[in-house]
Write a protein that binds this ligand. Structure first.
Ligand code: LLP
Length: 411
């Protein structure tokens, strides 16, 4: 967990205002280090797509996965190169809209195809294009049903039994098959992660087509709640390395092993700094209202996700603020704007030191799918992002203005 000292938090709140996203660069670098054994670490930038974070990744030897024209542009801005070598960008999707098809063709961006239609559309426009096949192995898992990307209830990937049809499309258009990819969900338990290795070996060893690489996808969990285990990355690499070796033996040549995490690399590096603006009692419930809403941090409202919360005040630090069961909520005009809730929307209380208006609250582990899932709901501008390096905060995105919000609507 990053150690943002209280004086720094007060200083940053003063300087940039709240709410405010924070990232600790050293935590991101540590997580990268833990995955170094993989030949290629490909960051799923949807987790956190600020160009400064992407540049940090690039400088640390990490490459990226992009899923939209906007993410491609971010990757270019951060200095990633478009095409064809392992250091390039891979575009992963289940469909290609028309402008994005033109873009990947023009810039020769490697495409990870999640449907056979993508292969035909790409093949007709760009014979010889480098492609991956994203395979849905018939099972999946995730921290929520909404993040399970495998099995027949999921729209993602090419169904595993349709690999022959996908290969036929590849041959028909003389596409160049780079490798096979499986990503079965986000926040996946270890049992399911292990199952993916076997599914990959079975598929890759059974197919009559050469490949250069396999990708383990992402999905690695992090301990949002203290007692949850952390993935043993050495053990995980060992499983995939064994899978890679079996496939390489069958093919008769070595292959590259990629991993594509989002959450694992950035979640624990991030925090959301907010200020308490109202405290009220509603019957038996004690509510603390902060200046961030689910338009900023959507995960609790969307999935019932848990984020640790610290009260940053002198009284809390000195132990003079006795804990009270507290519901933490935001300013939005919607009852679901509650940070302490379970999947399905049941409001729950959390024991937090007594707070008063003006105290700061820090939400932990918001580095993944925090800022990147924010919206302008209730016409609230996007909030700033600050990267902390060597104890110093650097503004890496300023606060959006209300004028900028209105610019697209000409009256
Ligand atoms: N690769 C592909 C193709 C993906 O779709 C994803 C995530 C990843 C890699 C990275 O997965 P990770 O390592 O971060 O689990 N908004 C949700 C998570 C959605 C993940 C979508 N795809 C959340 O806040 O938990």
């Amino acid at each position: 967990m990053p150690t943002f000292p209280s004086p720094l938090l007060h200083q940053l709140a003063e300087e940039f205002g709240t709410p405010l996203w924070l990232y600790d660069a050293s935590v991101i670098r540590e997580r990268i280090q833990a995955l170094r054994a993989f030949d290629v670490i490909r960051f799923a930038q949807k987790a956190c797509s600020n160009t400064h974070i992407l540049r940090l990744m690039r400088e640390a030897g990490v490459v990226v996965d992009s899923v939209s024209a906007g993410e491609l542009e971010r990757a270019f801005k951060a200095g990633f190169s478009p095409a064809g070598d392992p250091a390039g960008i891979v575009f992963t999707a289940d469909l290609l809209d028309r402008p994005t098809l033109e873009q990947v063709v023009a810039q020769r961006i490697e495409v990870n195809a999640g449907s056979i239609d993508m292969l035909h559309q790409l093949g007709q426009r760009s014979p010889g294009h480098r492609v991956w096949l994203r395979i849905n192995p018939g099972f999946g898992h995730g921290h929520s049903n909404k993040t399970n990307t495998g099995g027949e209830n999921s729209k993602h990937g090419i169904w595993h039994t349709q690999l022959p049809q996908a290969l036929a499309a590849i041959r028909q258009h003389q596409l160049h098959l780079v490798g096979l990819h499986m990503h079965i969900g986000s926040g996946v338990d270890y049992q399911h992660l292990e199952k993916v290795c076997d599914a990959m070996v079975e598929l890759a060893c059974g197919m009559q087509h050469d490949i250069e690489a396999i990708s383990a996808g992402g999905g690695l969990s992090i301990p949002y709640v203290g007692h949850e285990p952390r993935v043993d990355t050495q053990h995980y690499f060992g499983l995939w390395d064994a899978a890679r070796q079996r496939i390489a033996a069958k093919l008769g040549h070595p292959i590259r092993l990629e991993i594509e995490p989002g959450r694992y690399l950035v979640a624990e590096a991030g925090a959301l700094l907010t200020e308490v603006r109202a405290v009220k009692q509603m019957g038996s419930r004690h509510f603390v209202l902060v200046d961030a809403g689910f338009n900023d941090l959507m995960r609790p409202s969307m999935y019932g996700s848990y984020h640790g919360i610290s009260v940053i005040s002198d009284r809390a630090q000195s132990g003079e603020a006795p804990p009270v069961p507290t519901v933490v909520a935001g300013p939005l005009c919607e009852s679901g704007d509650v940070f302490t809730q379970q999947d399905g929307g049941t409001v729950v209380s959390r024991d937090l030191p007594t707070t008063q208006v003006g105290d700061l609250l820090l939400f932990h582990d918001t580095g993944a799918y925090g800022a990147s899932m924010s919206s302008n709901y209730n016409s609230r501008p996007l909030i700033p992002e600050v990267l902390v390096e060597n104890g110093q905060g650097h503004l890496i995105r300023r606060r959006q203005t209300i004028e900028e919000l209105l610019q697209l609507e000409s009256l």
